[in-house]
Design a protein around this ligand. Structure first.
Ligand code: GAF
Length: 387
């Protein structure tokens, strides 16, 4: 929907007058999966699609929220902003961020009217929730002149996910949504939060996102189970070597210490994390050297590790990746995001893009009975005021 149409929707619902428009994008992660909450490296890019937050401050003592995606309207008193609503409502992502300002001593002194609309497909593993959190955070920060820096808003957004959605996520999604830069990927050390914006120059190659339309649901508990398994691995290793998280181990160190992890499943989870961090470092080097084939091979290995050791892929993601790898012009293909459904990301040579979309879609449908959707990704900028 165009911004002027969104503004009309705002005025139709809340009444005539000005409002300001903010936007924050979804993300696609190129490599480095389930490494962020282990203090490892990730390599995501912000997308050109995301969530719009239209806002007007009011004299009321409440915030009103409306989403054009879900037709839900909610009014919340200024004194209730720190109380999560029952699970499952999108408004939790928005008030979850506002609550962080309140908890840090910056309570809004008046209310505001907010209209949300997003074009990140829901449940596609492309960070629709992070884009809503960051868009809200950027909007509140500017409208109420709270003066927080962008990293603080990113951290508030991650906290919102923990406290209001119950997902103990790492920082990747909110960071990508808040800090993204057009035509760049973010090489982020999730321990120190130091990062580098790496130009993504893919001459003759496109990034294709394949939405399995098999919704991933992060709050289903499986995600938090993986977080707990990584903690268990750290605890098992700690008597031999004191570590705060798995990201501190090189693959060689892991190999020499892995016998101290008695539980086979926990050992496999840890092996994924340690090897994925190594793959991510190598992949960034290869991209910088322009070695796309090597980058693609690391993407393939990443998926295989997520499938065999981390067990977060599932039939639909595996079917789509298997079909993608059969196309001659596919350089690499893997799942992206949390997994358990969601999307794949593939690097595909320009001249094979049409064939890719047609043949991968057909084989995926034949194997799963589900119609997938494909988008040629454009890497966009992070959260900002746009109007
Ligand atoms: C989800 C989480 F929100 C991220 O923090 C990250 O862990 C990702 O899954 C897996 O890499 O998107």
């Amino acid at each position: 929907m165009r911004v002027d149409n969104l503004k009309k929707e705002f005025e139709n619902f809340y009444g005539a007058g000005d409002c300001n428009v903010y936007f924050s994008p979804g993300r696609v992660n190129l490599i480095g999966e389930h490494t962020d909450y282990n203090g490892g490296f990730v390599f995501p890019c912000a997308l050109s699609f995301g969530t719009y937050c239209l806002i007007r401050k009011t004299e009321r003592k409440s915030f009103r929220f409306r989403s054009l995606n879900q037709e839900i309207v909610q009014e919340i008193d200024l004194d209730s902003l720190c109380n999560p609503l029952p699970k499952g409502t999108w408004v939790n992502y928005a008030i979850g961020v506002i609550a962080q300002f309140v908890k840090n001593g910056q309570k809004p002194d008046t209310g505001a009217d907010i209209l949300i609309w997003g074009n990140v497909p829901n449940g596609a593993g492309l960070s629709s929730s992070a884009s809503l959190e960051v868009a809200t955070g950027v909007a509140i920060n500017e409208e109420f002149q709270f003066g927080q820096d962008r990293l603080t808003i990113v951290k508030y957004s991650q906290k919102a996910e923990h406290e209001f959605a119950g997902v103990m996520c790492g920082i990747m999604d909110q960071f990508a949504s808040g800090m993204g830069k057009k035509d760049h990927a973010i090489y982020l050390n999730c321990d120190s939060l130091e990062y580098e914006l790496v130009p993504v120059k893919l001459s003759g190659v496109k990034i294709i996102i394949g939405n399995t339309n098999s919704p991933h649901s992060l709050d289903a508990g499986k995600y938090n189970e993986r977080v707990d398994e990584c903690r268990a691995a750290v605890d098992a290793i700690t008597p031999s070597k004191l570590i705060a998280n798995l990201g501190e181990l090189s693959p060689a160190e892991f190999n020499s210490l892995s016998a101290s992890i008695e539980n086979d499943i926990v050992r496999k989870r840890a092996r994924h994390v340690v090897t994925e961090i190594e793959r991510t470092k190598k992949a960034v080097e290869e991209l910088k050297l322009g070695n796309l084939l090597a980058f693609g091979e690391l993407m393939n290995q990443s998926h295989n590790s997520l499938r065999d050791d981390y067990e977060v892929t599932g039939d639909e993601l595996d079917a789509m990746v298997t079909a993608a790898r059969k196309i001659e012009g596919t350089i690499g293909s893997r799942m992206t995001g949390g997994g358990f459904g969601g999307s794949t990301v593939s690097l595909v040579k320009d001249e094979f893009v049409d064939e890719f979309i047609e043949k991968v879609g057909a084989e995926y449908f034949e194997k799963t009975g589900i119609r997938g959707e494909f988008y040629v990704a454009e890497i966009g900028d992070g959260g900002r005021r746009i109007n």
